[in-house]
Write a protein that binds this ligand. Sequence first.
Ligand code: GDP
Length: 200
Amino acid sequence: MKPNPLYYRTEFLKSAPIPRDAPPDEGLEVAFAGRSNAGKSSVINTITQRKNLARTSKTPGRTQLLNFFQVNATSRLVDLPGYGYAKVPKAMQKAWGKAMEDYLRHREALKGVFLIMDIRHPLTDIDWQMADWCAHANLQLHLVLTKADKLSRGAASSTLLQVRRSVEAEGVVASTQLFSAVDRSGLEEAHSVLDHWLGF
Ligand code: GDP
């Protein structure tokens, strides 16, 4: 497997509150979801080889927005708002959940979701919730265990195996992989899943 340089031409397209102002619902999209600090921006930046592409999503005022990145004329990557801020008021959490569910369920262009998890804290409640929404919306799901460099090779493989077993036991259909933004391991695998979903 080789990386696909097509993703290195990805450009920031726009930020949009859900669902207003989103780009027209045509072509194909893959969304990236994950708890805040899981390493989602680093995964997007590594996949696109654009150092600060996903930083736009972190500028104040944009953290609650969907951020759209254009890969080519017909394909987009979408950075979903990070979830899991314990301090966010209940009402806001609820609004976030509703907006997420609506987008996942009704966005025709959306093909699947890359769910980014810190390998040291995989499958939290909110990750299961996201997996559940994906299943209900008939979306493909790819679990990315990132920061794999934080563990020994053996420990990382064994966590990957455990995660696979857990999702299987819960009847969740998902592919899984290890990733590291530090040493770029898993990059080819991530590209290959994107290629598959986006038809490249
Ligand atoms: P986000 O909030 O999910 O977008 O997370 P970020 O991508 O901003 O990463 C959160 C923190 O984890 C930052 O301090 C990153 O430098 C660090 N980080 C992200 N990916 C990796 C990785 O693959 N390996 C290591 N060791 N640290 C990482």
